[in-house]
Design a protein around this ligand. Sequence first.
Ligand code: SF4
Length: 364
Amino acid sequence: MPGVNIKRILVEEDARPYGLTQRILNRLPNVPVEPVSRQGPVESLRHLVAGKETLYLSSHRGNLLKPCPGTKEYICCGYQILNLAANCPLDCSYCILQFYFLNQPYLRIFANLEDRLGHFLNVIDNESGQIFRIGTGEFTDSLALDHITHWSDLLLPQFSRRKNAVLELKTKTTQINRLLASRYRDRIIVSWSLNSSQVSAREEREAATIKKRVEAAKRCQAEGFTLGFHFDPLVHHPDWRDGYVKTIELLDKYIDPRGIIWISMGSLRFMPGLKPIIRKRHPKSTILNGEFIVGLDGKVRYFKAIRTDLYYFMREQLEKWYPDLGLYLCMESDEVWQTSMGWTPETSAGLCHYLDRRVLKFFG
Ligand code: SF4
């Protein structure tokens, strides 16, 4: 698969005893393995590329399940993150992980996942009145390493049988073989991040083309999976209307919109510290061209008028395709919601309620 080329495996001593470590080593018999003690920070930036060729098996010490770090200044969706790994074999110019894991550039896999799984499943079971919308694609791509880790074998049976949770696997790859081989479908959402083909080709190094992503989504839909899509980050680039319409036309060609639980939209935003990293690591990127402000959460984002324009146009086009797609905005203000979407959930609790209703509609 493009994007995954493991040349070295580092195994932290704490991670040695876990079954997942052994299984991963067995699946990569020709890759050199080095034992390491717990890693300190690695000298930064130039290691980022080599880091994507190095698997680092470690044990996770904190909480595996965490709320998505939204901010009180914007309306957030109340998503929960299941932390399987830190870092991603793909290499998008705008990826915030370059900044977060600047000093820890390796593909870090948490080998004690099975060991800790019971704990977070208990958290879910003890809150039977709450719906947990859980994703694994916040600090890595959910499926890019699935052929090595077999995470889906482990997670699908657990989530499929829980009545107050759904698991969303977000990807930019076509790595769906293990999903298709599994017999679990209920309460599993397979999602693709989408963009215009121009943005994807220039800014999403190692990711599958947009056409290939949509074709993979079609296969998953044909095999009984519920789908999600994320137009995030929307990028204000030359001919953006035309570029995004072409992606929506692809969706129309391949996907039955009745099987889509939600489509989110978020415009390009990033911590100011990411800017020099993009300039240095992605000299051909044009992602930083645009008119930006620093938002209430300290992130750089487009001027409000540009964001509204992007969302309004996308909403119009998507609703023309099918009027009930569970559209929502990621981290936007009440005012931007109202202007671009024609309604607002008003608060984060309101948005949670809206998305929980989508879950009930699809899975009961
Ligand atoms: S797919 Fe997501 S996590 Fe991976 S490099 Fe791109 S933005 Fe980062």
